[in-house]
Design a protein around this ligand. Structure first.
Ligand code: HEC
Length: 391
């Protein structure tokens, strides 16, 4: 239920944010438009025309009902935090720790995860409060470098999946902090200023604008992280931190060129100025990812003699079938994970390629090596599959 709610809230939040961004960039300035108007836009949707104007209001013009957009963000964050606790902190923090990476004490791991979330927000907020007005470029460089350093740090302590999720929660919390601590207060000030018939405090609105641009750039990377549980090859790779950083650069890069595409007043940049740079930044990230994922840092013991099927069955029975069977004996998994069953000879053979991928190449199976598989056994599985996976 939480995952579902998280997804729905996330779609509403990011969807809103993207629509408003697009809208802002497509506003048309009218000839002789009033001093308070910032432009108009016509849209067609669900059976009629929308005539939207972005503007400031005179004191007496405050509408009775004013729609704010903050609860979508709030519910995404709250459901995300609940998921973090449920999936990664509970069950003795089994999802957070991978003994083959770092055998951190479970309580310490949870404490590290929680404090990293708060500390990240505090540092980011202080950096932008101190440098945001005077030297935003320096603030941006510092924030990005610290984010990348944090990702590397997480990868040294947490399991692969938790490294990605921890990064996601840090980013999501920063974005939520931006909404509630900077953007909403600035909007409240705008409403107060309008009611009082005075100018809005310009520094507040400048800061809100900055933070809202940060959130905009972070959406694509964050969405990738939300789905990263499906990319075992990325999360469990020995260089998973580098993969994540490359995806973030590619994602934010594409967002950047989408952002600069519309210039307002119905004008669009020429295709060479946004489309090809966007393709190039995506291609850069993909090429770099292909190079990184080819680096095979995990070794297996070489096995010189052919491995009989009987031996393979033995290995699978002791190391895999505790989870991958019709009725798993594992204490966490009560049904075969990913629907994969390896409890008959034929099932082992049919899944030989997948077994090789997960137990030999990526070595993210057995799950957290819960059943203590040895490098020698991985070597035996490899030899059997490479010899043609014969029964
Ligand atoms: C402690 C439980 C556990 C053990 C033991 C275990 N697995 Fe898994 N396995 C999982 C879970 C959970 C998933 C789903 C999450 C994922 O794909 O990472 C999974 C997924 C897989 C998949 C991907 C299936 C698909 O269609 O996506 C393969 C292949 C696999 N395991 C092979 C193995 C092999 C081979 C072994 C033994 C060497 C093994 N597993 C031992 C828990 C386990």
């Amino acid at each position: 239920m939480l995952r579902w709610a998280h997804l729905i809230a996330g779609i509403m939040w990011v969807g809103n944010s993207m629509l408003f961004n697009w809208l802002d960039r497509n506003l048309e300035k009218q000839v002789g438009q009033s001093r308070l108007s910032q432009g108009k836009i016509f849209m067609l949707h669900s059976g009629a025309f929308y005539d939207v104007e972005k503007k400031l209001l005179e004191p007496g013009e405050m509408p009775r009902i004013l729609h704010w957009f903050k609860w979508q963000n709030f519910s995404t964050w709250v459901t995300g935090i609940c998921l973090l606790v449920l999936v990664y902190y509970m069950h003795d923090a089994g999802g957070l720790v991978d003994p083959s990476i770092h055998d951190v004490d479970r309580t310490v791991a949870v404490a590290m995860s929680v404090s990293a979330i708060f500390v990240a927000w505090l540092i980011y907020d202080v950096v932008w409060k101190m440098l945001g007005d005077s030297n935003p470029k320096a603030a941006a460089v510092v924030s990005v470098l610290m984010l990348f350093a944090a990702i590397f740090g997480f990868s040294q302590f947490f399991s692969g999946k938790a490294t990605f999720m921890q990064t996601g929660v840090v980013i999501g919390t920063i974005m939520t902090g931006n909404v509630w601590m900077v953007i909403v207060p600035s909007q409240k000030e705008l409403v107060a200023a309008t009611k009082a018939g005075r100018e809005q405090d310009a520094t507040l609105s400048l800061r809100a604008k900055q933070r809202s641009i940060h959130n905009n750039y972070l959406t694509f990377p964050l969405l990738f992280i939300m789905l990263s549980n499906h990319f075992g090859g990325a999360t469990s790779h020995p260089l998973n931190w580098l993969i994540l950083i490359l995806v973030m650069i590619g994602g934010a890069g594409i967002r950047h060129f989408m952002n600069i595409r519309y210039r307002g007043n119905g004008k669009e940049l020429p295709i060479v100025a946004w489309f090809w740079p966007a393709v190039a930044s995506g291609a850069f990230a993909i090429a770099a990812l292909m190079i990184v994922t080819r680096i095979d840092a995990r070794s297996v013991t070489d096995v010189d003699t052919p491995v009989p099927f009987q031996r393979v069955q033995e290995i699978v029975a002791t190391r895999c079938v505790t989870c991958h069977s019709a009725k798993p004996s594992d204490d966490t998994f009560t049904s075969p994970p990913a629907g994969l069953r390896l409890d008959s000879p034929r099932q082992i053979q049919v899944n030989a390629k997948a077994i090789r991928l997960r137990a030999v190449v990526q070595q993210n199976m057995p799950f957290n090596n819960k059943t203590h598989m040895t490098p020698r056994e991985r070597g035996e599985l490899k030899r059997w599959v490479d010899d043609g996976a014969r029964m």
